[in-house]
Design a protein around this ligand. Structure first.
Ligand SMILES: CC(=O)SCCNC(=O)CCNC(=O)[C@H](O)C(C)(C)COP(=O)(O)OP(=O)(O)OC[C@H]1O[C@@H](n2cnc3c(N)ncnc32)[C@H](O)[C@@H]1OP(=O)(O)O
Length: 507
């Protein structure tokens, strides 16, 4: 028997955009829509709410022009309202072809928000569906607050579903709008519905208020649901929606009787792009996509990985386009350090390895972060040897920051013994420094890694003359790495980190 297919509907561009403080531009929406459909192979996407704004209208119009040329119009959905045709008119002008009509799935919401009777609501819904059909727009229907409806007014929900399943509706969408379900209830409610209406397509839409969105989505699949709603990075209102990444991994690893289309190996790159567009940072411990989730910190774990991969589970980072890392700090043993040295192409004898391990543990004890790129410096320092020579040295600089003037820098850089001087302006002191550096590199026809992240923190435990730790993330030839600088001045710490970067890439 073939596997049961579960449709994945991604609503990053609609419900995900309801994350407080997040707003996509039309161009960002188009890029994300293209990646969701073509790179990740998501089945359907919900891209906006109708009527919201002119920007939203332009976003939908742009996506629909692209989708029409590609033949994807039936994969693209817009949330619409029971509003006497205003949403349909808006969608028609934007070229959208599928409405997800927002209706009331609990008697409580119907009575207190719309202040209507079920019969009045159903009549208006039938009109909205008919009007859409007349305009060549297909209809799916959301039962907003459905989960509370099943708890508190099940007779209303079933009365409504009896009516709705007779309407020309393609899918019925069952949201746990307030994220109140627990897995056993999700299974019970959805089982009742799929048993009663075996010929109707139902989607489940989870929210994460109790951190149960993925668990609920899984129970919905077991109870016979046909589609699941997710968002990239679990974005969404309040605690967000079911995260695409973990929902996909759990289904693939634990429910073999169903299949989904999503391409796992592109999950990480799309997640990072959405993070960049939204400025909504992915927590480091977020499964699949967080910075730390494929990093072994404990020495014993790194050692076990060398001995038959004893500390691996099925979530291999390569599945998601990622790599395992080995952290450096006070819980590192020599196995962690050897793994990092291998990556840098460096080797130490056992005695030196012990000394370097000891120094890293000491730094970790002082709460300092140690990156792989710090290793050459630590080795050179600990072994007091010529192991590591700097080819490139920031010899001197003047940083100017004065009110009413653009920040500027004069920089003298020594490359293989030759000193070169340049001036530049920038948006800030460090930007001016980087612009001067870029000029020097250009004149020497050398390429400079790209800065992709800049984080400053004060190591906990520092006294009032606090040291700043600046950790800069760079990319060079598709490889990402971090360097760190420590100084009482933030810009100087950044320059220290930059000098390390210049030498690391020239090893
Ligand atoms: C599934 C979900 O996540 S629900 C999220 C729904 N999406 C959104 O709200 C998108 C953003 N919303 C908006 O831009 C606006 O709220 C609009 C354009 C939809 C409406 O704006 P406004 O007219 O200013 O009203 P407001 O924002 O206060 O919304 C409340 C009105 O919507 C009505 N309403 C609530 N649910 C619905 C519905 N399903 N269909 C139609 N109207 C509804 C309320 O009864 C209320 O009407 P009233 O003022 O006549 O009492």
């Amino acid at each position: 028997m073939g596997k049961r297919k579960i449709e994945i509907m991604d609503t990053t561009l609609r419900d995900g955009e309801q994350t407080s403080g997040v707003s996509f531009s039309a161009a960002e929406k188009l890029t994300i829509a293209q990646l969701l459909l073509e790179e990740l192979h998501i089945d359907r996407i919900e891209i906006a709410s109708a009527r919201v704004s002119e920007g939203e209208f332009q976003g939908v119009k742009g996506i629909m022009e692209w989708a029409t040329a590609k033949g994807y119009t039936d994969k693209i959905e817009v949330l619409s309202f029971v509003d006497g045709g205003v949403s349909i008119e808006w969608m028609k002008k934007a070229g959208a072809k599928v409405q997800n009509l927002l209706t009331k799935g609990s008697l409580n919401h119907l009575t207190h928000q719309l202040k209507k009777t079920p019969e009045q609501h159903f009549t208006e819904i039938a009109q909205a569906i008919a009007l859409a059909k007349a305009n060549n727009i297909e209809t799916n229907v959301y039962l907003e607050d459905w989960s509370n409806g099943m708890r508190n007014s099940p007779e209303y929900v079933f009365h409504y579903l009896d009516f709705l399943t007779q309407q020309p509706v393609k899918r019925i969408l069952l949201p746990d709008t307030l994220g109140v379900l627990i897995p056993s209830e999700t299974f019970e409610f959805i089982s009742k519905i799929t048993a009663k209406y075996p010929n109707t397509h139902f989607d489940f839409h989870a929210h994460n208020d109790y951190d149960l969105s993925v668990a609920n989505a899984i129970e919905a699949v077991k109870a016979g649901i046909h589609g699941l709603h997710v968002t990239v990075n679990g974005m969404g209102e309040r605690a967000g929606n079911a995260p695409l990444e973990s929902t996909v991994a759990v289904i693939n690893d634990f429910i073999p009787e169903v299949s989904i289309n999503v391409k796992e190996s592109s999950l990480y790159s799309v997640s990072k792009l959405v993070e960049t567009f939204t400025g909504y940072r992915i927590p480091a411990n977020k499964p699949i996509v967080g910075d730390n989730v494929f990093t072994q910190t404990a020495g014993i774990h790194a050692d076990g990985d060398n001995k038959n991969n004893l500390y691996f589970n099925d979530l291999l980072p390569e599945r998601f386009g990622r790599k395992r890392k080995y952290a450096l700090g006070k819980t590192s043993g020599k196995a962690n350090i050897e793994k990092n040295l291998q990556e840098l192409g460096l080797q130490l004898n056992q005695e030196d390895l012990k000394l370097v391990t000891q120094r890293i543990i000491e730094l970790g004890d002082k709460k300092e972060t140690v990156t792989k790129e710090d290793l050459p410096y630590i080795i050179s320092d600990v072994l007091d040897s010529q192991t590591y020579e700097e080819r490139i040295i920031v010899e001197s600089y003047v940083l100017v920051h004065a009110k009413g003037m653009r920040p500027s820098t004069t920089l003298c850089l020594k490359i293989d013994g030759e000193t070169i001087e340049e001036n530049a302006q920038g948006d800030g002191q460090f930007d001016a420094f980087m612009n001067a550096l870029a000029k020097i590199y250009k004149s020497k026809k050398m390429s400079l890694p790209k800065l992709i992240d800049y984080a400053v923190r004060i190591p906990p435990g520092s006294s009032s003359d606090a040291l700043c730790e600046t950790i800069i993330t760079w990319t060079n030839n598709g490889k990402e790495f971090k360097t760190r600088g420590l100084d009482s001045d933030q810009t100087v710490a950044a320059i220290v980190a930059t000098q390390k970067m210049l030498n690391v890439v020239s090893i």
